[in-house]
Ligand binder design. Structure first.
Ligand code: KIV
Length: 272
């Protein structure tokens, strides 16, 4: 049974603000291709993130750093073709916005023009303020991303919980207020203490969407391959696996292999 309060034919950045105001939680999942995005969209998920986690789950890289702008546009284009209702947000990949606001704007324009996406997401606070402002000035909606920012993994060295120290928590709170003030339509908070995340969500009017940030925020996001249980090795505390697709797929592949080897496939009915 659906628990949505208002039926949205199409989710926009404005709808997300309304959802927060109406105390309706926002659902967000990643997708990187047409078929997955179509299923996610048809299931009624509000926001689809074409995350740079594609670098990990689609390409097998250890970090999100190697994925390129061209590759993100390729993934996003497929996703857009599969989506009728959800808002599609695309990560600006590492190296496509950090050097200066002009480069950030150029990269965002390419994403919007070449993929048809609805918004971009960027990791960081005050360090990238001018770039965010430049993109917003061009009419492109921006989702912020604070807390654990995987594009800076080599600066921190680990993927552990962020902002546990008072000074980090203060910076995060200030950055969230700044992102709201300059015009970001939403903020992702990754892997921070639940109490801090709830405080941030209460301090801003824009939706705060958490991953490993507890239940006091305005919505949740997970990487689709993780919540489907496709990867057995990745098991952070925040991850809930909604199925065990790894076992289901392995069983199907083994059955197919057996059928091919034993000549049970194709049957008489499966040929012309
Ligand atoms: O790239 C990604 O999938 C993300 C989510 C984890 C928020 O940024």
């Amino acid at each position: 049974m659906s628990v949505a309060k208002k039926q949205y034919k199409r989710i926009t950045v404005k709808s997300l603000g309304e959802m927060k105001a109406n105390n309706e939680k926002i659902s967000m999942l990643t997708s990187y291709d047409f078929t997955m995005a179509q299923i996610v969209d048809q299931a009624g998920i509000d926001v689809i993130l074409v995350g740079d986690s594609a670098s990990n789950v689609m390409a097998g890289h250890e970090t999100t750093l190697p994925i390129t702008l061209d590759q993100m546009i390729y993934h996003a284009s497929g996703v857009i073709r599969g989506v009728k209702r959800a808002l599609v947000v695309v990560d600006l990949p590492f190296g496509s916005y950090q050097s200066d606001p002009k480069e950030a704007l150029r990269s965002s324009i390419r994403i919007m023009k070449e993929s048809g996406a609805h918004a971009v997401k960027m990791e960081g606070g005050r360090e990238i303020k001018d770039s965010i402002k430049r993109i917003l000035k061009a009419g492109i909606p921006v989702m912020g991303h604070l807390g654990l920012t995987p594009q800076s993994i080599y600066k921190f060295g680990t993927y552990t919980v962020r902002a546990k120290e008072e000074y980090e928590a203060e910076k995060l709170k200030e950055d969230a207020l700044m992102l709201e003030r300059i015009g970001c339509f939403a903020i992702v908070l990754e892997k921070v203490p639940a109490k801090l995340a709830a405080e941030v969500a209460q301090s801003v009017q824009v939706p705060v969407i958490g991953i490993g940030a507890g239940n006091g925020v305005d919505g949740q996001v997970l990487v689709v391959h993780d919540m489907l249980g496709m990867n057995k090795e990745f098991s952070p505390r925040f991850l809930r696996r909604y199925t065990d697709l790894n076992s289901i797929m392995t069983e199907a592949f083994q059955k197919y292999n057996d059928d091919v080897k034993s000549k049970a496939f194709p049957s008489d009915q499966e040929q012309y």
